[in-house]
Each structure stands twice: as C-alpha cells, then as structure tokens.
Design a protein around this ligand. Sequence first.
Ligand code: SF4
Length: 703
Amino acid sequence: MQNSEIKTTCSYCGVGCGIVVTNDAKNGVTVTGDKDNPVNRGMLCSKGMNLHYVVNDTSDRILYPEMRWSKSHPMERVSWDAGLDRAAAVFSSIIKKHGPDSVGFYISGQCLTEEYYLVNKLVKGFLKTNNIDTNSRLCMSSAVAGYKKTFGEDSVPIAYDDIELADTFLITGANPAWCHPILFRRLEQHKEKNPKIKIIVVDPRKTDSALAADLHLQIIPGTDIVLYHALAKRLIEKGYADKDFINNHTENFKLYKDLVMSSSLEKASKLCGISVDQIKQAADIIGKAKGFISLWAMGLNQSAIGVDKNTALLNLSLLTGHVGKPGSGPFSLTGQPNAMGGREVGGMANLLAVHKELANPVHRQEVADFWGVDGISEKPGLTATEMFEALESGKMKAIWIICTNPMVSLPDSRRVEKALANAKFVVVQDISHNSDTSKFADLLLPAAGWLEKEGTMTNSERRISYLPKGINAPGEALPDVDILMRFAKKMNFTGFNFNTTEDIYKEHCLMTKGTNIDISYLNYSRLKNEGTFQWPVPDYGHPGTPRLFADKKFFTPSQKAIFNIPTAIENTSPAPNDEFPFVLTTGRIRDQWHTMTKTGKVSRLMTHIPSPVLEINPIDAFKSKIEEGDIVVVTSKNGTVQVKAKVSDTIREGVVFLPMHWGKQLENDLNRTNNLTNTIVDPVSKEPDFKYTTVSVIKYVKP
Ligand code: SF4
C-alpha cells in the first residue's frame, strides 16, 4: 500500500458505502466506515465491517493460470502467455467455424466500470457478437426497462439525501433492513427523529423491514400490480391525484385512469390477501404525503411480469406528482456495487454504451464510429439464461465467465450444470478457486480482487466513486482490464493499447459527451481530490446531479413521463396445484453476499444463519406434520433441496422461503436453492422469476 490509509468503496451492495482502509505489518488490512462519505457517514453493516477478513484470507485464491488440454486432462499450471494463446486460438477457431454468435461472455455487476467498458468494446466491437450479458440481468433489468418505458431512459431520479426530506415511504418487494442495511439505517434514523413519518412495507414475509413499518401489507406473492391499481383507484377517488403534474408533464393518463377505475378494492383485497381497510389506509398515507419515495428491489424485478410491476409502481409516483422534487421519487435499489456502472457502459446483451440502444441503427453506427470498427451486429445478444440454454443445446460453444458464479446464482442449476459440461471451452476469470463454477473451467484465470486494482463504480443513486489500488494481488493474479487487454492483443485487435486504467476511463467519459449521462468533465483527479459525483457532470465546475427531472422534462420524445398500461395484471407463472402446492420465494439473508465465495469465509458472518433453512408457516407445517428443525425435502419440477425447516409466522400460509446463497458445500448439492427455481423470464427484461416457483414440501424420512 502506497499510503498507510486510503479511502475506497465497499465491494458488496449497491448502497456503496465509503470505507477507510489501513494496512500495517502487524494487523494486515483493517477497515472502518468513512465518516466523510455522504453515503454512509461512517456507518458500515456487518458485511462491510468484515471485508478485511476476505482480503487478508488468500487461502482459496487462484494464484496462477491453470488449463486443461482436453476435458479428460487434469488442470495444470500454465503461464499467462500459454493460457491466453490457447484462449485466443480456441475462440478464433470456434468463431471461424461457427460464427461470432457461437461464443459469449457472462460478466458481473461487481466488475468495475473500466472492466465493464473494455469487455463490452471487446465483444460487441471486435468479436462481432452481442453475446455479452451480466448477472445484473438477474437483479435489475426489469427496473431498467421500467424506467425506460416511463421516463424515456434508464434513470434513477433521486438520491439518498432525499430520504431525510421525505415523510412517506413505500418499500415494496425489498428488505433493505437486511439487503441494503446502511440505507435502511438512514431511514430508521430519520424516523427516530421524526416519528410522524410513515413507512409502508409490501411483502409476503414479515421481514425486519416490515417489522419497522407503520403498515405491513403481507400480500400473496405476485399480486403487486393488483395492489398498486387498487391504491391508484383510491387515490383518484379521494382527490389525491396531482392534476397539474398529470396534465402538464405526463402522457396516457386517460387509459391508465380507465383501467384502475375499473378495478375494485374488494376484488383486490381478495386477490392480494389483505383487507380493504389496509388498502385504504395505505392509499390515504400516500395521498397525504408531502414527500413520497417508493423503494423496491428484487421482489418486483425478479418476476415473469417484472417490467409491468415496475411501471405500475412508477405510475403511482406520476399519479401523485412525486417526481423531480426534493424528498420525492421512485428509487430502485441495485443489488451489486456497480450494477449502475454496468448500465452506463451498456453492459447487457440488448444495450450499447451510454444508454444507446442496440436496436437503433443510428446508435450502432455512432458506437462503431467511436470505436473505429466497421459496425456492430444488429442481432440482439443472448441474455443470461439464453446463453446457458444455447450452451446446453450446442448453439453456443464457448463461454468466458468473469467474476460470477452462475452454477449457484442462475435458475435451474441442473440446466446450468448441463450447459457448462456441454460447452467446448469454458474460461473462468475470478478470484476464488473453490466456486461451483470454477470446477467447469478449461482455463482458469486469476483476477485481482477488491483493493488489489484501481477503477470506478457507480452506486444505486448514480454516485461515482474512485477505488484506488491498496495492496498487491497474490500470486500472478492480474487486474481484469490487464487480462482483457492481453487477450485482445493475442486476437490482434487494435483499440486496446491503454497505458493505464485511467486511459480506459477517459475513453468511456468521452463517449458520454452530450448524452443524458454526460461525465465527460469527470476524471480520476477530480474523483480523488473532490470525492464522489452523481452523474451527469456536464461541466468542469459542475458538482454533479443529485436529482433528475427537477425541470419536469423527461427523456421521452415529448419530454413527458408516460403512464404505462401493463400487459398482465395478475401473475402469469404456473399457480400452485395438488402436486406442487406451495409458492417458493427466494432471497438474501443479512450476513451473506451472493454465492458466499467471500462472506462464507468469515466465521463471524456464519453465526447469524449458519445453514440454509426453509421458512414455513405454522399452519402449513402442522398440516404437513413438520416441526421446527425437521429435515424437509423441497421439490419442484426442476429439482430437489433438502434443508432444515424453520416454522415461523413471518411467512404467509401457502408460501415458503429459501435463501439464495448456498452452493455445493455438502457432498451432494442439496443445499442449492436454484436446483428448484424455474427458468421463466419476463418477456421484456428477460429477468428470471426467482420469486415464484411452485414446490412441494415433505418431511424427510430416512430410506
Ligand atoms: Fe457494504 Fe452495502 Fe453494507 Fe454499505 S450497506 S457496508 S455497501 S454491504
């Protein structure tokens, strides 16, 4: 470490807390919350405050490239040159024989912006395929599509500082108390100082967030839009609609009004499994709000109708005029530290850099011209689940996986297993030797981790921060940008001769010039000296933009926000039946992160919930003769999981919950929740429906 103390940003969730890192010979790396950081003001959650254990423990790190010459050969240590020569030879030969769309890259919302930018340039500009997608597809692609449909572009309108300016919060499909803890702590502190502020939580589970709420609407899974429409009807009937905002700044209100006015509170009450009075209470709280913020995450996004759920929720902000003013607005929460940065560089199969559209020929040409290539393929790339389907069917032959563990995180693990086993060539570029995915690698490339490389990230509120390199990576591990540039050179691609990571950032910033996410006046020096910035930053002296749409001009052609009409109001996934009578919903627990390749190494984070348990309602447990602690067999049409039961009235009757984190920690893989989940995706966002899989649950009986 060049300095004894550096400031950086947490590598876990999209809150993006500031961290002060110290390093000394005696203690190694230690971390504290950065008191000067506007996001967390010195606070850290359990995951963040234990980050140093992950950095100091290099026991499972990939230390040098490893490769096998054929599927029947064991992995052996090779040089960087030998590994990347082979990668270039195999990718070139597959592309020559089967075309560019026979290869793909699957990356991560944990990649830094420079890495995201570079790999997209490599794949879309030079490999000539759009088969590059990210695990953010599993997280926020429905929110991206919802924003675009409503505001004309992917744009989170508000900032964390709006929390302290609002008096009413609708948290829906999210458990920030566990999944975005510091953000939730700010909300709690705000309520402690102002007991009159109101928090409404919509969730089928009585989460810690719900326990802190003034009103918990424990709806039946999948009925979110029914509820939002009933709320809208009540808001209109009670005169809470903001007519001035609707008339001057929105489109399509009449159709929306006709639709919601045809709904019935009584019917909504039945479908949602809550009382009419609760719906009225919620609507009246929202209607009286001076500052209304809706917060949501995977409960809405991970659905077969995720985009419709997003637009239906956004409609409530338009209806009440709570957009573009202090303490008001919709606010989707990103799960990963740089999911937002990935959106800026077009890090998904259907996007191009700087929010340009792959489907737009003018945009494709602009990006091609900028990169100095002869064009970008017009064929949409395969999304996360589609890529693995294509590997399974043999349409895709090779995949390069960076910083993600799809064997545990993608739905229907069996299919992912078959896909990876069927692939001709799998490259895994990561830090951890022991991930479930690394076992399938034909080429394993050691990447530098958090604190071992420099770059930038953007958090949920569009705040860009610079992360300096603090320590050297172990063994021969290299920063991801170095690995990608070395591969590009092996492929004889021009346009990758960057001398520094900052040069990559400069190219990305230049590309944003004149766009709605303009950061062309931002650079490492400003980020290092002046701190974090929220985009856009369209001038040298510009302080950044905490709030979008203050002028009520949206990014649509008419500059008006759009009331969208959902294609489906009720859930479209298969409903429970005699064979699979329960709805399984999955999610995070407080102290674990993703597939536990980092947090699973920290013993103190394993004490909160040491192994996966199935939450089941006492009435369901009684009917199924299941008691607390019994081993239960959970089965869906895709597979089986065997875990202990936790009998609890925190969950609705008919619904069961499993955490998503565990992989193959046992001899078998019966810990892995995604053995069960289905591969249904939203038709627009292609985000998987993790929150609604029908399952059976029985007590395990020894054979
Ligand atoms: Fe890290 Fe998120 Fe916790 Fe902040 S809230 S310390 S960003 S995990």
